[in-house]
Design a protein around this ligand. Structure first.
Ligand SMILES: *[C@@H]1O[C@H](CO)[C@@H](O)[C@H](O)[C@H]1NC(C)=O
Ligand SMILES: *[C@@H]1O[C@H](CO)[C@@H](O)[C@H](O)[C@H]1NC(C)=O
Ligand SMILES: *[C@@H]1O[C@H](CO)[C@@H](O)[C@H](O)[C@H]1NC(C)=O
Ligand SMILES: *[C@@H]1O[C@H](CO)[C@@H](O)[C@H](O)[C@H]1NC(C)=O
Length: 326
């Protein structure tokens, strides 16, 4: 028997009053929103069907907590923040980075911070061919990871560090995207102080706290703290997505206490007042995804003094960096 939609609709109207129908539609919308919010989680669950991913979740008692010490200063460190990103893509990314001749000649060291305690640290180290692996609690997004690295290695920080999320920006099947390759191979040299490593569209000017993509509370407070002046009219250049290269000079140009203070805030537990900052009505601030983490994602240009409003233009002209005096 076939049911004709046309014949059902009048029946619905007859059977239910307007209030009930509106309620029904509201329920539908809520379910839809829930599906949209959760779709990311489901996708992540299905992504790990390949053999390397299964290895990653091998259970062992003590090996998950295996940590390598960082003992010496190097010329070039690649620091990655990992949670559960596709392991084959991340391994490929590391190979691409190390294969760039301008980087290769600096004998780069790969340091991976794993923020997922379900993952076997030693397997992760092997699969990524990392030199150093450390487990961190899953707090404060990638900003928490980078600050942890800076704080714990402040005095032996590499001459240049490339910080990156494992969910990479700028990778293709054949290698790094053209703009990424160009920056590392052609624009990077030993006097680079800070260089954003995201596409030009992710580099724009903020009016202190505000930007068309949303409101980022506390940015102007951080500005005031770091620059000892109010955030000026005209705001600052921001490169978001947490991928950049920075020199030891620029890192050490700020006192260790500044990094420690921001680290304490970004890893604060859920009773901290910072979690009550408002970004949007649906955003819920939690210690693993604090609203302040999204703010810190946008303060690196201020921390490393590369915030002049022409940054976007310079990146388009392929002069995408601020340089240290040599
Ligand atoms: C490494 O780079 C060279 C060119 O510089 C390229 O021919 C080669 O395919 C690259 N290898 C990998 C594994 O990306
Ligand atoms: C790297 O930094 C160290 C200490 O800051 C310095 O002695 C060394 O000359 C630097 N290396 C290069 C190649 O600039
Ligand atoms: C690095 O590149 C910049 C911009 O092209 C240039 O001004 C600077 O002299 C270069 N530094 C070195 C050490 O080559
Ligand atoms: C949260 O942090 C504060 C300050 O560091 C501390 O006093 C409090 O006990 C913590 N609460 C929880 C639930 O861990």
């Amino acid at each position: 028997m076939r049911i004709k939609i046309r014949s059902i609709i009048p029946y619905l109207w007859f059977k239910f009053n307007t209030k009930q129908i509106i309620l029904f539609i509201i329920c539908l919308v809520i379910i839809l929103i829930d599906i949209i919010i959760n779709i990311n989680k489901w996708q992540n669950r299905f992504k790990y069907s390949n053999k390397n991913s299964k290895l990653l979740y091998l259970k062992t008692n003590e090996l998950n907590f295996y940590n390598d010490p960082i003992l010496s200063q190097r010329q070039f460190d690649i620091v990655l923040s990992y949670y559960s990103e596709d392991i084959d893509i991340v391994a490929q990314y590391i190979r691409y980075l190390k294969n760039i001749s301008n980087i290769e000649k600096l004998n780069p060291r790969v340091i991976v911070y794993n923020k997922n305690s379900n993952i076997n640290n030693q397997v992760l180290k092997l699969l990524l061919d990392a030199d150093i692996i450390q487990l961190l609690p899953n707090l404060g997004r990638e900003g928490g990871t980078y600050l942890y690295h800076i704080i714990n290695n402040y005095h032996i920080i590499a001459n240049h560090t490339l910080f990156s999320q494992a969910g990479v920006e700028g990778i293709t099947d054949r290698g790094l995207a053209d703009w990424y390759f160009d920056r590392l191979e052609k624009q990077f040299n030993s006097s680079v102080g800070y260089m954003p490593l995201v596409t030009n569209i992710m580099i724009s000017n903020y009016d202190c706290d505000s930007h068309i993509t949303g409101n980022f509370p506390r940015m102007s407070q951080l500005w005031a703290m770091l620059e000892q002046s109010l955030c000026p009219p005209g705001g600052q250049a921001v490169a978001f997505r947490g991928q950049f290269l920075v020199s030891s000079k620029r890192i050490q140009n700020r006192p260790l206490s500044v990094y420690k203070y921001i680290y304490d805030l970004i890893t604060a537990n859920s009773s901290h007042w910072l979690h009550r900052d408002l970004r949007s009505l649906i955003f819920k601030s939690t210690p693993d995804n604090p609203i302040f983490g999204h703010v810190v994602e946008r303060i690196w240009t201020i921390l490393f003094k590369c915030f002049k409003s022409d940054l976007h233009d310079r990146c388009r002209r392929r002069e995408c960096a601020c340089f240290d005096e040599s």
